[in-house]
Design a protein around this ligand. Structure first.
Ligand code: PLP
Length: 380
């Protein structure tokens, strides 16, 4: 129950990685850049992810991490609004997003300031001084979903641009970036997409920005002609200019095999099953685990949250360690959140019921108080 943090390994991904290592790298060596399609991999895979997020072909590519791509997207957007000073986000956004904004404003030649507005005041904080709005669509703890189209519209009404972080959205909720007229977006490959630990991230830029946009990490893979080896940087046409250096082919190949599975499913059914499982989990936890100090930390309606659900408990860390020891793998987020991913790709109603049974047992016996569940590891 952790596909929102690290999706599991599929047979397809395992077979693809084996094939890339053994026969592409192993036998084709450097020829693989041409013969095995490695050079086109970022754009080809970007277009596949594009089908899951409502992008047109040529608007999405795969490279680097979400954090690095966020830096590029924010910089590209801010450069398109040089006469404005405010970059707007929300407090308790995913920390890396806030750290990247901090790093960007310190390094940018433009004079930017970051403003963090609480969710209930956010729309009013989007004003004439705003250059860029940077928000995470599905919150990483609560799972609460922002109304993407409405906030994007408000952003455009004041003449600003928006960057959406889709890390907990892609593969979790229906998305249509072009219908919402989104400017830029980034997101993770290793969460609901099941691309494997540290899988590369994606970056989307609406076609209308391609001609004017620039990005700060102008490496040779974003050059118009990398193999001309000239001294001067000339940006490639289109989304390819968002690339920086050589892509990690093994990681991107794993992600491609994982994304191919999404292109085989009926997405409408997939999201319906996700909501059904999420509702079943919530109801059973209410019924079986009520009265033990557990509080729902997500929107109570399945329509208002992504594909994970969180609870608080004063012994949250120890309870999650105990659950994991019993084979129910969710995760813990400081200071006291228990998080459960609900992925319809590999979970069934029976799995959910088994998970809740173990949860109940742990809460009733208070086995989580045992010393072995109290020590914090480096990664929670
Ligand atoms: C998981 C996540 C990230 C992770 O960024 P990396 O650079 O891949 O470590 C960034 N933003 C959000 C909102 C996330 O949920």
């Amino acid at each position: 129950m952790n596909g929102n943090s690290l999706g599991p390994l599929s047979r397809d991904v395992r077979d693809r990685v084996n094939a890339v290592v053994a026969s592409e790298w192993g036998e084709q060596l450097i020829r693989g850049w041409n013969s095995a399609g490695w050079y086109e991999l970022p754009g080809r895979l970007g277009d596949k992810i594009g089908q899951l997020i409502g992008a047109k072909p040529g608007e999405t590519t795969v490279c680097d991490s979400t954090s690095v791509n966020l830096y590029k997207a924010v910089s590209a957007a801010a450069d398109l609004r040089p006469d404005r000073s405010k970059i707007l986000s929300e407090p308790r956004n995913f920390p890396s997003d806030l750290y990247i904004l901090d790093g960007y404003t310190k390094n940018s030649a433009l004079d930017h300031r970051i403003e963090l507005a609480e969710r209930q005041n956010l729309v009013d904080a989007i004003d004439d001084a705003t250059a860029v709005v940077v928000l995470t669509h599905v919150h990483y703890v609560s799972g609460a979903v922002f109304p993407m189209a409405e906030i994007t519209r408000r952003t455009h009404d004041v003449g600003a641009l928006i960057v959406w972080d889709l890390s907990h959205s892609v593969g979790a909720v229906p998305l249509d970036l072009n219908q919402a007229k989104v400017d830029f977006a980034v997101g993770c490959g290793y969460k609901h997409l099941n691309g494997g630990p540290g899988a590369p991230a994606f970056i989307f830029a609406a076609e209308r920005h391609h001609a004017a946009m620039q990005q700060p990490l102008s490496g040779w893979f974003g050059h118009a002609n990398p193999f001309a080896f000239t001294d001067d940087y000339v940006a490639a046409e289109g989304i390819r200019r968002m690339l920086t250096g050589t892509p990690g082919v093994i990681g991107a190949s794993a992600l491609e095999a994982a994304v191919d599975l999404f292109l085989e499913v009926d997405l409408q059914e997939y999201f319906q099953k996700s909501q059904q499982l999420s509702e079943v989990f919530q109801q059973q936890v209410d019924q079986e685990c009520g009265g033990f100090g557990l509080e729902l930390a997500s929107p109570p309606s399945v329509l208002e949250r992504g594909a994970h659900i969180s609870y608080t408990h004063e012994h949250g860390y120890a309870i999650m360690q105990n659950l994991i020891a019993r084979g129910v793998i969710g995760d813990f987020r400081a200071p006291h959140y228990l998080r459960f991913g609900i992925s319809p790709m590999f979970l069934s109603v029976e799995d959910i019921a088994k998970g809740v049974e173990v949860f109940r047992e742990i809460l009733t016996t208070r086995s989580f108080l045992l010393p072995e569940y109290q020590t914090r590891q480096a990664v929670t």
